[in-house]
Design a protein around this ligand. Structure first.
Ligand SMILES: [Zn+2]
Length: 70
């Protein structure tokens, strides 16, 4: 039986901090994660490097906070 498992990425690709991804920690998508209950900022998603997109979770801070404006 082939089961899809979350990538063991525990760091945010944007800030290198802990991403708080519960499925990555438990190794199972059955584990609920904060990202399912919150809206991830589309701009933050786009800033994830292509190599890590769809693999590494971004952290709650990067995923929900507006990026700093210059
Ligand atoms: Zn982050």
């Amino acid at each position: 039986m082939l089961q899809k498992r979350p990538a063991p990425e525990h760091h945010c690709p944007l800030c290198s901090g802990p991403n708080g991804c519960a499925p990555a920690l438990s190794g199972s998508f059955a584990t609920p994660c904060w990202c399912q209950a919150q809206k991830i900022d589309a701009g933050a998603r786009e800033r994830v490097p292509a190599a890590q997109r769809g693999r590494a979770c971004i952290c709650q801070r990067c995923g929900t906070a507006a990026p700093p404006k210059k």
